[in-house]
Every structure is written in structure tokens, then in C-alpha cells.
Design a protein around this ligand. Sequence first.
Ligand code: ADP
Ligand code: MG
Length: 463
Amino acid sequence: MGFNALGLSKPILTAIAAKGYDKPSPIQEKAIPAVLSGKDVMAAAQTGTGKTAGFTLPILELLAKGQRVHSNHVRALVLTPTRELAAQVSESIATYGQHLSLSSTVVFGGVKINPQMMKLRKGVDILVATPGRLLDLHNQNAVKFSELEILVLDEADRMLDMGFIRDIKKIIALLPKQRQNLLFSATFSPDIRALAKDLVNQPVEISVNPQNSTAKTVKQSVIPTDKKKKAKLLSFLIKENNWQQVLVFCKTKHGANRLTRDLEAQGLNAAAIHGNKSQGARTKALANFKSGDVRVLVATDIAARGLDIDQLPQVVNFELPNVSEDYVHRIGRTGRAGADGFAVSLVCADEHKLLQDIEYVIQQHIERKIETGFEPANELPPSRAIRPLKAKKPKKAKKPKQGKVEHKDGQRSAENSRGHKPKSKNPRHQGQTARQGKGKQKGSSTRKDNSGTSKQDPYSATR
Ligand code: ADP
Ligand code: MG
């Protein structure tokens, strides 16, 4: 089936053809007509299966037929968990909509808010946003929702993982009741279903090859070693095992660049693929990797999200991801379609907690193998027993431990603080502790500095 059988009009088909897509992916084939029908849609398909076009193409089609948007209003809102994804979705909208006269823009945190307010002033047909910044903009009256026709939650599973549930609920409460809801996710977990219950109305449910647990055909192992030995160990493994095509994951762009240089110095053809590389450079690196000219592709998680490489035999985690679910995504790159795959993680003592978190998510211990000559000087402690998975609860604000009068925002009353002073080493601090219980946490800022153990900061610039 071609794209022209799906009900899309000429300007969009022209843009798709220019992009080089010759046929819709399975999720697109099902999602595009469903969205065009005006119904609510819940769609699950693995990363890299083309979900973005699955909702952006029909949204463009639907909006092209409607009325002009008024100032500060939006007609379609796409929520994404990270700014990288927001930017990526926004680029896709611009590309697919290039022959239409619809406007779109993207807003996210970590950058100045004023230019974003300016962009919203005239109103935009499609707004792509991360939740926190959108709420800030709404609080400042820069964005209004009374003309909203369509809401999309993209990567909904990841938004929940990152603790955005309360922001999402706040946003939903601001929207007109009458609207089309689209929920796109890699999986339909129980958490997603719970969210969907309050969000979608008699949805068309689409699911293509849903899969959350690690593929059975992927053989996983951990090689305990020291941080500074990792680069040498990696080139040793590639040469020793004669790996011809290996995808290596790093946590940061900087780390990916450095490792690529180290591998090149060891005589291995390597290329890095991450957010700082131009699209041209990324496409080239990927093409060379697929053709076999590049033997080692070094990627960050975000950059790897869109990679679709058939039958990749070998994945290496040079560093473990901060978000355990990313491990599942990473190793899902190998062992596809029943083919055997191998996923090796080089783990140093610092990463012990990350390893345990991953083993908890995949509900199994990963076999450890010491590589002679690369034994860790700092020993990697044994993992604890696997505890059964619990359904995740939305993150709650911490309640102050003491206090007779309960305050919703976690602040203690003056009277209360006088009556019960917490012990403080510094006597001058006594009496100034009324604000100590202020533990209200935003889902978007759960970073514990330097521990490396908490969820990924959605606005982190390191990926
Ligand atoms: P997902 O959101 O499911 O993880 P994306 O929408 O980011 O996946 O798409 C992954 C990659 O596939 C992108 O590089 C995109 O350009 C490409 N792609 C999407 N649809 C098609 C298609 N019909 N044909 C070829 N490539 C496609
Ligand atoms: Mg996506």
C-alpha cells in the first residue's frame, strides 16, 4: 500500500515523496486513517517505527481544512517528554507541512521564555511543547486553549517514567472538553492504560508488535571493569571477537566524540551520531555503518531513538543509561525479528546502582564475565536479589514529618515551627527553619545532583 491510499492530499504526499518514503510503515498505515476519521486514537509501536508521521501527517491534513487560528491560540498541541523530541517532532511538522500554509512552533524549558511568547502572539496551528514550559507560558497568558481541536501525547510511556503525570493532568484540565485525543507510546503498560482512561474516549486502539521486555533472542552480559579501562577493553573486544558491525551507547555527546577518537586511534573505523551532529552528518554516518564502511557507530540514546538497522548483531553499553528503560530500548536494537543478538555492558563500580535498577526493570540478573587483563581494581559489588515489579505511582510531594497542622504545600505554620524546632547544628539557624519542610517537587526536576541514580533530567543538555 502506498501513502496515496490513506486519504492524504497532494501537498502532503509531495512532501512525503521528497523525504524519500515510498510506503507507510505498519503503524502509519493504521494510524493515519484512524486519526483522519476524527476519533481518539491510542497507538503503540516500538521506537523507530515512524510514529511521528503517524500523527503529524493526518493532523496537518485535518487542520488544513479548518479555520485560521486567533492570536495566542493553538489548534493542535503535541506534548513530548524531552526538548530533543519536541524539536524533532517540530522539524517533522515543518517538513511534512512545507506546502501547506499552516503555522507551527516549538517551546521547551531551559531557554529564554520571551522569544517563545513572541512566537505565540500571532497564534499557531500546531504547538509542540514540553509540559513544564507549556504551563509556564499558560500562566503568563501567552497561550490559550479555547480553540484547541487536537491533543497528542507523544512517547506517553516516557512522560510517565519521567514523572510528568501531574503536569499532564494540569494541562488536560485546561483544555476544552470537546477535542480529539491521540496517545502514542512504545508500549501499553498498565500506567498508560490508567492515564488513557481519563483521556481518550472510545479510542481506536492500534498496536504493532508491542514489546517491552527484552527480546528473548538477545544474549546479555556485563563485563565488570574500571572506567578508565573501558576504551581499551572495547577495542580489544571488537578485535578479539571480530565484530564487524557494532553499535555502542554513550551517555553524553562529549563522551561519544571522545570514544570515537579513541577507537579511530586503535585503527577501528568509527563514527559518532548525536544531537550536535548535523542531519547530513548523521545520515552519512548511518549509511556508512549500514554499508559496512564504518564498523563502530557510537550513539547517544536520543540520537539512537530513530535508528532502524536490520539485524544488528552486536550492541555495547559503554556506559549504562540513567533511565533503566533506555537499556531496554538500546538492546532492542539487536536480536530483531528472531535473529540472535548480543548486548554487552561495560560496567564500573560507580554504575552499580544503575545496574541494579536495570536488573529490576528487566526482572533478571545479567550474567557477569570478567575479561582477563581488564579486571576492575574497584570491585563491582554483587547485585541484590530481584524484587517484584511494582506499578509506578505518580510522584508525590514529600510531606513534612513533623507538625500538628498539615499544610498542603508542605510549609509549616509559624506557630508550629515555634512549638517544635528541628535540631540544627548552627544555633543561628534555629527559628529560620519554617521553610525546611518545603518539599514540593516538580516532576520535571527530580535530579539528584551527581549521584547519577535518579531519572534523567528532561532538559539535560548532555544527551
Ligand atoms: P518513532 O516515533 O516510532 O520512534 P520516528 O517517527 O521518529 O519513530 O521515525 C523513525 C525514523 O523513521 C525517522 O528517521 C523517520 O524519518 C523514518 N521514517 C518514518 N516513516 C517512514 C517511512 N514511511 N518510510 C521510511 N522512513 C520513515
Ligand atoms: Mg517518537
